[in-house]
Write a protein that binds this ligand. Structure first.
Ligand code: FPP
Length: 252
C-alpha cells in the first residue's frame, strides 16, 4: 500500500463527526473500463489504476477510523466478460495479494474473501487462503473482498445450510431468525454496511450484499473508480452524515 494519490487529508477532516462515521462501508468499484477508454488506454489499465484507488481508500478508512471496508471485486456475472479480461483480473488479484501481504500485516489489516472461492484458479485460492490465515488476528481494519460473489447465491447457500441443519435435527424451524440467518452468510460476524458507495453513475445494487444492504445509505457518484480519491470519499461521508437514518421508525 505505497501509492497515495492524495497526501493531504491524512487525518479525519474537521467537518466530519468522528462519532457518526459508518462502521462498515461497502463499495461497488465501477467505471474502470470507461476511465481507461477516456484516456485512450486498454481496459486493463483501468483495473490497475483501480487497485491503487482501492489501496488508498483502505488506508484512508484506517486513518479516519472506519472499522470495516468491503469491496466488490468480481461478481458471479463477471465471468461473462472476454476471457482475456477475466484472466487478467484473476492474475491481478493474485499478484496484488502476494505483493501487499507484508504491508497489510504492517498496517494491521484483517483480510477476508467472500464468494464462491472454489471456482477461482487454484493458485489464487492458495494466495487467498494464505492472506486470510496470516492476517486473521489483525485488528486494525476488516477488509473484505467479494470475489466470484453473488448476493442471491449467498442467500441460497444460507438457506441450504439452514435446511440441512433442520433436516439433521440440530435446528428447529422456530429457531430460524435473523441472527441465525446472518450466521450462515459469507459475512457472518461483520456488521451490516451503513453506507454503500457506487462510482460511475449507475443507480443499482447489482446483486451485492442483498440481505446486508437492507438499511444501507446509498451514495452514487459520477466519478469513475480510478479517480475516487480522498476528496471524493470526504464528499461521500459528508453526504452520509447529513442523512436522517430512521430504520423505518418515526423520529419524535
Ligand atoms: C468494474 O469496472 C471493476 C471491476 C470488475 C474490477 C474491480 C477490481 C479491482 C479494482 C481490483 C481489486 C483487487 C483486489 C486484490 C481486491 P468495469 O470494468 O465494469 O468498468 P466499466 O463499467 O467502465 O466497463
Amino acid at each position: 500500500m505505497t501509492a497515495s494519490k492524495s497526501i493531504y487529508l491524512e487525518t479525519l477532516p474537521p467537518d466530519l463527526d468522528r462519532d457518526a462515521l459508518p462502521a462498515h462501508i461497502a463499495v461497488i468499484m465501477d467505471g474502470n473500463g470507461r476511465w481507461a477508454k477516456r484516456q485512450g488506454l486498454p481496459r486493463f489499465m483501468g483495473h490497475r489504476r483501480g487497485v491503487d484507488a482501492l489501496k488508498d481508500l483502505l488506508r484512508c478508512c484506517k486513518d479516519w477510523g472506519v472499522g470495516a471496508l468491503t469491496a466488490y471485486a468480481f461478481s458471479t456475472e463477471n465471468w461473462g466478460r472476454p476471457l482475456e479480461e477475466v484472466e487478467f483480473l484473476m492474475a491481478l488479484f493474485e499478484r496484488v495479494l502476494r505483493r501487499e501481504l507484508q504491508e497489510m500485516m504492517a498496517e494491521d489489516v484483517k483480510i477476508r474473501f467472500v464468494g464462491n472461492l472454489k471456482a477461482l484458479p487454484p493458485s489464487l485460492q492458495d494466495e487467498i487462503a494464505r492472506s486470510m490465515d496470516d492476517t486473521k488476528d489483525n485488528r486494525g481494519i476488516q477488509f473484505t473482498v467479494a470475489t466470484n460473489y453473488g448476493g442471491r447465491q449467498e442467500i441460497l447457500n444460507a438457506c441450504r445450510a439452514i435446511a440441512s441443519r433442520v433436516k439433521e435435527g440440530t435446528l428447529h424451524v422456530e429457531q430460524i431468525d435473523e441472527a441465525v440467518f446472518e450466521q450462515n452468510l459469507y459475512t457472518a460476524g461483520l456488521p451490516a454496511p451503513d453506507l454503500l458507495i457506487r462510482t460511475s453513475g449507475e443507480m443499482r445494487i447489482s446483486n451485492f450484499l442483498l440481505w446486508q444492504m437492507a438499511y444501507a445509505e446509498i451514495y452514487v457518484t459520477q466519478t469513475a473508480w480510478p479517480d475516487f480519491d480522498r476528496t471524493e470519499f470526504h464528499r461521500a461521508l459528508l453526504s452520509y452524515q447529513q442523512r436522517d437514518r430512521r430504520f423505518g421508525k418515526v423520529k419524535m
